[in-house]
Design a protein around this ligand. Structure first.
Ligand SMILES: Nc1ncnc2c1ncn2[C@@H]1O[C@H](COP(=O)(O)OP(=O)(O)OP(=O)(O)O)[C@@H](O)[C@H]1O
Length: 610
């Protein structure tokens, strides 16, 4: 992880401001070469021309003085020698205005292009990441931060780098003019300005470190904002009266952060002022020197005018540079975060198999154990099972016993920590991941409610038929969603959810029917996994779902997770899991006969229905 320069190293701190400038520049260059070149040209022009304007200013005053002398001596007036300089000055000022317009125009075009490019880079990368990476809070934080400011930060850094260069060029060109007066004057100005540069670099560096360090608090604030202002949480927040509590947490975090900010800001501005005073003193010392030299006749009036302009604009360029430096640290912070995210290593997919060593062998778990990253206890221990085509397996167990985890391993969202999982005789790791996923149709408990059209919500189950209306209807029929979909105003083209205009919200059970239909879209799948697919459905719908399911999945391998024994009992094989281990297995009759956990739970549920 790139770390900010150590506080003691002033020079390092000063150059640290350029740490990501090169990378930002490369990014901008890749986004649009013509705009980058245009930006560089305008920066150069806007940097040099102020000095040229100051120099022409001198020529104007000197030629006016000469013309006045001529008029006094001869009574004649020569207009052209004077007015041509005025004309030239007007031309230069117009060119500066043009360069500045060019800068802002090109910047705004680049901002749009770059925002899009960076966002696409971020999202493309997201597609290559593993589920475990998404579940890592620090990593997730990086992703959110990277996305939040994608459109402004990279260009901001480039703009500020350019602006620093532009002001640097201006300062050098002013120096070229000043050196004719005295090299000492430049030295005085340089010595006067250095302390304030150094202090700005140091304090900006401190702010940089502070930002990084406080990231978890900022994240908590963002989370509270989401809970307090999102439609899916506001219902509960209101009913439980959580607003004051959450808001007070939000405020407490802010107060702590603000305290630190305040201390840093006060120190930064106080030192900035005191050291800036040195620079101002140096400037006005040199200014007085110029005035004295003019009075004693060493300098012409024109030269004095030029130097005065140079001093004024030099000051302005200096303070603009300081502003750029302090902003650049923040942009650096963003870019360091962006690149850390983009460079996150991704495990290469090595599997290439599209067919197993023993086709038709089905799914085998061989003594599979799994511990979630960062967890101290395994979620699954030595699980062995075998499901053949046409076979059905049901998983039963208390909450948190590891049922969903088993499915996540089967679908290769995670890899076993020990043991192996085989499909058709070959290890899942050897399978081409796309082929593998095409063979599996799955609905999880926490399926996604896409804020899209009804049909697209179904089509998502098989991207190849995403827009295929005939297939939508077929899947909806099997998932028992057809009836309520046809009653909707736009049928399959009705927008779902509340996020977009005209969107229709569905009931919990209706959403579940949509999810089930989505799983049925995957016609090529010969492994069907249903993780509590009917928990929100009414009893009639549930019975219909399972009748249909049994009817249509004769050739397939099915894995079913349910807390309802009425559905579990029909499975060929039932695994009872507790604390990640298989404690009983068999079919409904043998398990009842064994009179163990399964039998006890079954009787408990049956009693409830009596
Ligand atoms: N992403 C995760 N990271 C770390 N631990 C997890 C994660 N998901 C689940 N766990 C833990 O793993 C264990 C098994 O969880 P799992 O979701 O497999 O249970 P389950 O049997 O499906 O439960 P339920 O019946 O409530 O759906 C639990 O102790 C849970 O706390």
């Amino acid at each position: 992880m790139p770390t900010p320069p150590p506080a003691g190293n002033r020079l390092g701190a000063f150059f640290g401001v350029f740490r990501y400038s090169r990378r930002a520049l490369v990014l901008v260059w890749q986004t649009s070469r013509p705009l980058t070149v245009g930006l560089a040209v305008c920066t150069l022009v806007a940097g040099i021309l102020p000095a040229v304007a100051a120099w022409i200013g001198q020529l104007i005053v000197d030629s006016v003085v000469d013309a006045m002398a001529l008029h006094r001596d001869t009574g004649e007036v020569e207009w052209w020698p004077v007015l041509r300089y005025v004309l030239a000055e007007a031309g230069v000022i117009a060119a500066i205005a043009m360069a500045q317009r060019g800068l802002s125009g090109q910047q705004s075009l680049l901002r749009a292009l770059l925002g899009q490019k960076v966002n696409v880079m971020i999202l493309e990368k997201a597609g290559t990441l593993s589920l475990a990476q998404f579940e890592d809070s620090e990593f997730y934080d990086k992703l959110t931060r990277a996305r939040r400011e994608a459109s402004i930060r990279p260009l901001g850094l480039v703009n500020k780098t350019f602006s620093l260069m532009q002001n640097g060029i201006s300062l050098v060109s002013f120096g070229v003019l000043l050196v004719q007066f005295s090299p000492w004057a430049i030295l005085i100005l340089l010595v006067g300005a250095l302390p304030v540069f150094a202090s700005e670099a140091k304090f900006s560096g401190d702010a940089f470190r502070l930002f990084r360090w406080r990231s978890p608090q900022t994240r908590m604030q963002m989370y509270l904002e989401t809970v307090l202002a999102r439609e899916d949480s506001i219902k509960e927040v209101k009913l439980f009266g959580l607003e004051p509590l959450l808001l007070s947490r939000y405020r407490t975090i802010f107060d702590a952060l603000y305290g630190e900010d305040r201390r840093l800001t006060i120190r930064r501005e106080t030192w900035g002022f005191l050291l800036g005073l040195l620079g101002t003193l140096a400037f006005y010392g040199a200014y007085a020197w110029v005035v004295v030299e003019t009075v004693t006749g060493q300098l012409t009036l024109g030269e004095m005018t030029m130097y005065l302009m140079v001093f004024k604009q030099g000051q302005a360029a200096l303070s603009a540079s300081l502003t750029s430096i302090s902003g650049m640290y923040e942009d650096n912070l963003y870019l360091s975060n962006l690149y850390e995210y983009l460079e996150q290593p991704v495990a290469a997919e090595q599997g290439t198999l599209t067919q197993g060593a023993r086709p038709g062998d089905g799914i085998r778990f061989e003594s599979v154990s799994f511990t979630y990253p960062g967890a101290d206890k395994p979620a699954l221990t030595r699980i062995s099972l075998h499901v053949t085509p046409g076979g059905s397996l049901a998983l039963v167990g208390a909450n948190g016993s590891g049922k969903t985890t088993l499915i996540k391993l089967l679908t290769r969202l995670y890899e076993p920590s020990e043991g192996r999982i085989l499909l058709d005789g070959s290890d899942l790791r050897e399978w081409d991941v796309q082929t593998l996923r095409r063979r599996i149709g799955v609905i999880f408990q926490d399926f996604v409610r896409y804020q899209m059209k009804v049909g697209e919500n179904l089509g998502a189950g098989d991207v190849a038929s995403f827009e295929d209306e005939a297939r939508w209807q077929q899947a909806a029929r099997r998932g028992l969603a057809e009836e309520f979909i046809s009653a909707m105003p736009g049928g399959y083209h009705t927008q779902l959810g509340r996020w977009f205009k005209g969107g229709q919200e569905l009931s919990g059970g209706q959403w579940q029917k949509i999810a089930l239909s989505r799983a049925y879209m995957r016609e090529s799948a010969d492994i069907l996994v249903l993780d509590e697919p009917t928990a929100a459905m009414d009893a009639a719908a549930e019975a219909a779902v399972y009748d249909d399911f049994r009817e249509h999945s004769r050739e397939k391998m099915t894995i079913l997770i349910s807390h309802r024994f009425s559905t579990v009992r029909a499975a060929d094989h039932i695994l009872v899991i507790d604390g990640g281990e298989i404690i009983e297995q068999g079919n409904h009759e043998t398990l009842l006969a064994a009179n163990g956990r399964y039998a006890r739970l079954f009787r408990l549920q049956a009693k409830g229905y009596r």
